[in-house]
Design a protein around this ligand. Structure first.
Ligand code: FAD
Length: 365
């Protein structure tokens, strides 16, 4: 993303008026709201369909000491969430949907989308608009509003490469603030929303900058192989998206059939010396050189090599084909998934001296 993007007028795709008054539900069932399919309840639950709902919620909490005392958990599609038990707090479900063209300049076409919109629907819509750039991120589950939280990434592209700005509701001040790309301090599965804006920033909408001098990003091994197999050597954005979707459908379990949250661990980053030491023991170690001279290891390879692929602990398991994906075989509790994750972490630390960090956010329990 070039550093000198123009500053755009915020045009809120987030609906200004709520369709219905804000409703607080007690003891809401969260099972359908997390892709692990874990049974849990929320002490209190609200759906946010418009900015007005957030303003009403803030007013309500100012008058209701019991609700105000509850910790807040913001959720979108629940696809990067591990519920360890009931949530003794207030679940704020970001549901507002909407997408719009937000103009263009000589270099970019700008698209806006509201937080509750489905991410993949946005990718498809952007392609229909003739605005490529998001295609490598096709079929990532979840909502638009969650995408900047961990700077979603797949097949050689991260959100930060196509993001212009994020419109945020500042819970502390009640103001709407626009953060540009640099303000978001994006890193690998990281952003400012996990740090200074944590607990405080509710993402309302994103503005994406789709480059007019678009070039297919096909350097990622699996993607290049998929396209080559289809005999495509100069793919357009639709063909890249189709290839990404085909790989994902083949490789990743569908949460509607087998509860999961995608990659359960981040790929650990080690120094050159650590990587060299590991390679002497494990010559086929999978690692990728980073721009800072460190190496990213494939967490899935470590877990697979440690013999965890396909293993189960009760109803929690490691996927039979994807060692990086933990699954709920049916009726697993969040605590069971967490116990399996902890056993894997301990084993990987012991065998490779590498610490695995969880990717999903935990809540409840
Ligand atoms: C099968 C599968 C494959 C996946 N593949 C990938 C992949 O390739 N790459 C990748 O990066 N991720 C992947 N994921 C993880 C997940 O899809 C993404 O992290 C996604 O962005 C989460 O969106 P969500 O709406 O479900 O967020 P949730 O799980 O609801 O929330 C995740 C985090 O974002 C916060 N949050 C959500 N909405 C907002 C908001 N509007 N404002 C402020 N905070 C908010 C929550 O508090 C929480 O901390 C995959 C998951 C699954 C199940």
């Amino acid at each position: 993303m070039p550093p000198n993007l123009p500053s755009l007028q915020p045009i809120s795709a987030f609906p200004e008026l709520a369709a219905a008054p804000l409703k607080v539900e007690r003891g809401a069932d969260l099972r359908a709201l997390n892709t692990f399919g874990i049974m849990a309840r929320a002490r209190a639950y609200v759906q946010i369909h418009a900015l007005q709902h957030l303003i009403e919620l803030r007013q309500l909490l100012a008058q209701d000491a019991e609700l105000a005392a509850l910790p807040r958990l913001v959720i979108g599609g629940g696809s990067n969430l591990l519920l360890l038990g009931d949530v003794h707090g207030l679940v704020v479900h970001m549901c507002a949907e909407g997408m719009q063209n937000a103009g263009e300049d000589s270099d970019y076409r700008y698209l806006r989308a509201a937080a509750g919109s489905n991410w993949h629907a946005l990718v498809e819509w952007s392609l229909q608009q003739g605005a490529p750039g998001l295609e490598n991120l096709a079929l990532i589950p979840g909502t638009v509003g969650a995408a900047p939280i961990q700077n979603i990434g797949a097949y050689g592209v991260e959100l930060k490469q196509v993001l212009h700005s994020v419109t945020v509701y500042d819970w502390n001040s009640g103001e709407v603030v626009v953060l540009d790309n640099a303000d978001c301090a994006f890193g690998y599965r990281d952003s400012v929303f996990k740090h200074v804006w944590r607990e405080r920033g509710l993402v309302l909408e994103l503005c994406l900058a789709c480059p007019k001098d678009w070039r297919a990003q096909t350097g990622y091994g699996d993607l290049a192989a998929e396209l080559a197999q289809a005999g495509i050597d100069a793919p357009n954005a639709q063909q890249v998206a189709a290839a990404v979707c085909a790989i994902r459908r083949r490789k990743l379990p569908d949460p509607a059939k087998l509860g999961n949250a995608g990659s359960f661990f981040k790929n650990p980053v080690v120094t050159r010396a650590q990587r060299t030491a590991l390679q002497t023991v494990w010559p086929d170690l999978v690692s990728y050189l980073q721009s800072d001279g460190k190496y990213k290891l494939a967490a899935g390879w470590l877990i697979d090599r440690a013999g965890w692929k396909g293993r189960r602990m009760g109803a929690a398991g490691v996927h039979e084909h994807q060692a990086l994906v933990l699954v709920n075989h049916g009726g697993a509790s969040g605590a069971e998934i967490a116990a399996l994750a902890a056993a894997i972490q301990t084993d990987i630390q012991g065998k490779f001296g590498v610490k695995l960090e969880m990717e999903p956010v935990t809540a409840g329990g």
